[in-house]
Design a protein around this ligand. Structure first.
Ligand code: AHG
Length: 338
């Protein structure tokens, strides 16, 4: 079969009525920016891009040089095309308006420019995550409140993994598709159409070092997996944890599995570890479109009404049966308490 480039795929999606020209341009621009981020991350020590930037982001986390570089690449690429009303990023407290000298579009773009950046210095996969919303019709200068739309309203979501290959995984709400960067020709080429995550799995991802801080239902669920074939589940489970959400989710999108970043006593006041608007929502959209599930343990992630641009939430996502069982234990525990 003839290779299908991202551009060809976007034209097909436009003809199918799934996206308009402006959204197609937006995805092209984001993909082009991510190619530049792939080049920057690939240079490593030779590009002088490793290590700390010496600054903190809005959440008080130390920024890596590549966090700052990736954020700038995405902002600069998206400023002038006329497809955006505004951008918001993990690395910036407030949304970034489109400069007055450029035309404005109808879309809002949110991104985590370099997820898993603690892994950069040890040469482990990192990624970019993005979510696209529609700017309300009557709004010309979008503010935080205009970004606070539930995940169900997302028009598009995607991530790019900078690993042994650079991969883009994308959804417009009509399936989840994967593109691999052909480094020789510089184009993303469709490598998997309509990805399906198996409903059952024998593999889970969680940071086990937080175990003692988890809530009782999480302790119960993981305890049963760890008990293996001698426990109530009657089979053995395997564990993986990359500590780059993009890489962990990509494994699930490729061979199934389930990912958890639950609430725990250390992060209870913050509401969770991962950010709703540019981590949990886009990943939930991608995973659901591939037949998986995404929950906070209490609610479907994409139905949450956001209350803050940098809001954090617990995240359970991946193979449907495991997400549902872990969420069932949480609801059962809440019912017993209430
Ligand atoms: P960051 O973007 O600040 O590097 O955060 C990484 C996130 C996510 O990618 C990963 O799943 C999780 O944090 C790792 O958390 P631990 O450090 O607890 O392993």
């Amino acid at each position: 079969m003839k290779p299908v480039s991202l551009i060809q795929f976007l034209i097909e999606e436009r003809r199918a009525g799934h996206i308009n020209t402006e959204l197609s341009l937006l995805i092209e621009v984001v993909a082009r920016a991510c190619k530049r981020i792939a080049v920057a991350t690939g240079k490593g020590a030779l590009g002088g891009v490793l290590g700390a930037a010496g600054t903190d982001n809005v959440q008080g986390e130390a920024q890596k040089k590549l966090d700052v570089i990736s954020n700038e690449i995405l902002l600069e690429a998206n400023a002038w095309g006329g497809h955006l009303a505004a951008c918001a990023s993990e690395e910036m407290e407030d949304p970034q308006p489109i400069p007055d000298m450029y035309p404005k579009g109808q879309h809002l773009l949110l991104f985590d420019p370099l997820d898993g950046s603690s892994n950069i210095d040890v040469n482990i996969s990192v990624g970019t995550i993005f979510s696209v919303l529609r700017c309300p019709d009557d709004v010309t200068e979008p503010k935080v409140e205009h970004f606070l739309q539930p995940g169900t309203t997302q028009l598009a979501a995607g991530y790019v993994v900078y690993g042994p290959s650079t991969l883009l995984v994308l959804t417009f709400g009509h399936g989840t598709h994967e593109f691999t960067l052909d480094r020789e020709i510089g184009s993303f080429i469709l490598s998997r159409r309509d990805i399906r995550i198996p409903e059952q799995t024998g593999e889970f991802a969680i940071n086990m070092s937080n175990q003692r801080h988890w809530e009782a239902p999480m302790q119960r669920y993981i305890g049963e997996l760890l008990a293996g074939k001698d426990g109530p589940r009657g089979r053995d489970f395997n564990m993986r944890w990359v500590a780059s959400m993009v890489a962990d989710v990509h494994r699930i999108v490729t061979r199934g599995g389930v990912f958890f970043y639950p609430l725990d006593a250390k992060i209870r006041d913050k509401g969770g570890k991962l950010r709703l608007m540019y981590e949990a929502n886009p990943m939930a959209f991608i995973v659901e479109q591939a037949g998986g599930a995404a929950s906070t343990g209490r609610e479907r992630i994409m139905e949450l009404q956001p209350v803050g641009l940098h809001q954090r939430v617990p995240v359970f996502l991946g193979s449907k049966q495991e997400v549902e069982l872990a969420a069932h234990y949480h609801r059962e525990a809440d019912g017993a308490q209430g």
